[in-house]
Design a protein around this ligand. Sequence first.
Ligand code: NAD
Length: 327
Amino acid sequence: MRVLVTGSSGRVGRSAVAVLAAAGHDVRGFDLRASGRDVPGWQEITGSFDDPDACERAVAGIEAVLHLGAFMSWVEADRAAMFRANVEGTRVLLDAASKAGARRFVFASSGEVYPENAPLSLPVSEDHPLRANSPYGLTKLLGEELVRFHQRAGRMETVILRFSHTQDASELLDPGSFFSGPRFFLQPRIRQQERMGNSAVAELLRAADPGEPAHVLARNEAGRPYRMHITDTRDMVAGLVLALESDKAAGETFNLGATDPVDFGSLVPAMAEITGWPVVAVDLPGAGVDYKTSNARIRERLGFRPQWTIERMLQEAAGTWRTSTHA
Ligand code: NAD
């Protein structure tokens, strides 16, 4: 199949491109940034989703689109650019794909459309009300609406995948990584909270700083460790391939992610055993993060079988840690 993968220089897109190309699909990438991928036959369009000319070039002759590219930011200064990329960009790309005769359009949405960090009921299923409470979550919800519009218009089969939090295993123990740095390491968390203008939280964290590199164990105000899903990129790509190829996926919406959530109360001490760094537990204001999202629908209907438990991911990350400059 001739497949366009947007966000092809990103975490999930890179991996999707490699898996689809290895399976014999004819793959084209589309991203703001060049991928640096250098394999025979590889084509990529460098440009922005909200540029109609770039979209037109990207979708020419394409049978299916995996729209994985997006601007993920929780910083106020990025807001306008994020809406342009995620909402206007998705609108322009959908129109271009439909006009070019693409048969299927798979959209990477997010658990932030519910949102998972303030669930009304657990486990969070696809039928949970959609009440995004972050600007990023809102861009994904608006993106879904645009996708549903095209499904109703009847010219393309669409599939919406509500992504779990997703990481490469190697990112787990990397204090410099976009997600894991602030999530599991104290000093990056302090810097993130300062950047986001959360000075009260930054102060709370700074007060706990032992003055040496440390892990942070985030707990809510009642002392309960955070609990959320963390899914390996490889499992997400396996789900994407099912959404792309299965007849049963057309017109559907699925949660895509690991089956079980990860309890930071056991994960962070296990990380510290590998790094040898101290764990600083901090009780943060509010209810904190504590959810379980159901992946039953994609398991039952499409046969999704995630392979990468957090234990396997951490084992792999430990190998990277031992050869890194942090060890
Ligand atoms: P990523 O940030 O690693 O990759 C996104 C890519 O999109 C980047 O390469 C970026 O250059 C590109 N991009 C951004 N704006 C663009 C624009 N205007 N035009 C062209 N390219 C643009 O993200 P990821 O982790 O690979 O996530 C893939 C998708 O999954 C995204 O849609 C994201 O919103 C969604 N998602 C991710 C997570 C997660 O935890 N990683 C969770 C929920 C949903």
